[in-house]
Design a protein around this ligand. Structure first.
Ligand SMILES: [Fe+2]
Ligand SMILES: [Fe+2]
Length: 250
């Protein structure tokens, strides 16, 4: 375990912001999300071994699966520190990846690469930066430090894997697949983080922010900024028009 539990001296407890039910619910949701990421990455890495990906990518995938287990563990410690006493709900039939039989395995590898890493892990970096900026309680702050450090490497893995896939003999079909499905990946991300009618939440509790939470409107802002700041440039490096895909996914 890379991060020690937060100090629990009397002065730390006395000074720290109280943890609300929202704080507990959010950190438990994070336990579930991190565990899901671990399962996805573990399975993706097995697929990478089956398609004969480069050993560097396979080792990077194994390391990421391990990171995500650590993140789930650290989030659970924070949930417990906030007074949480339940456990995560992770029905086994909802975990892992789905194969589209009849299509080459590389197609499914590409789907996970673009959706979970080029999109998901890329926006995770500025999202965690924003969450960390407002987080002042020692335990969750250390968790966000660790997660943010790892997410940068997870993001880079996604773009390296995309580059590798687009050098395969199957590349023309893989390119078509990205063109066809990118709008729906963006659309799903948008609906998750920026539901229609999202309003700035002036009433958001400073204590909740101190525990590493932020209002949904700020997720939406970060998402919009990531289009121009990261996705347009990074997808363009691989020959894709993210601006067009983002608009099409609205
Ligand atoms: Fe993670
Ligand atoms: Fe990650």
């Amino acid at each position: 375990m890379a991060i020690e539990p937060s100090p629990s001296s009397t002065s730390d407890i006395a000074a720290r912001a109280p943890a609300s039910p929202l704080v507990r619910a959010e950190w438990l949701r994070r336990v579930e999300a991190e565990y899901r990421s671990a399962v996805v990455t573990q399975e993706l890495t097995l697929w990478l071994m089956k398609v004969g990906a480069s050993p560097d990518l396979i080792r990077a995938g194994l390391r990421i699966a391990k990171d995500e287990m650590t993140h789930a563990d650290l989030c659970f410690r924070t949930y417990a520190e906030a007074g949480g006493e339940a456990g995560p709900v992770l029905p086994r039939e909802t975990l892992g990846l789905r194969r589209r039989e009849g299509e080459p395995l590389e197609h499914d590898v590409l789907r996970v690469c673009v959706d979970a890493f080029c999109i998901g892990e890329t926006v995770a970096v500025p999202l965690f930066q924003r969450l960390r900026a407002g987080c002042s309680v020692a335990g969750p702050r250390r968790v966000l430090d660790r997660v943010l450090r790892d997410e940068v490497r997870h993001r880079d893995f996604g773009w390296a894997l995309l580059g590798w896939l687009l050098e395969l003999p199957l590349a023309p079909a893989l390119r078509e697949l990205v063109e066809r499905e990118l709008p729906s990946y963006f659309g799903r991300m948008r609906r998750a983080y920026a539901p229609q009618g999202t309003k700035p939440s002036a009433a958001f509790s400073p204590d909740d922010r101190a525990w590493g939470l932020m209002p949904i409107a700020e997720y939406a802002e970060v998402l919009e900024r990531t289009v121009d700041k990261d996705w347009v440039r990074l997808f363009a490096e691989h020959g894709f028009d993210a601006t067009k895909a983002w608009r099409a996914g609205a």
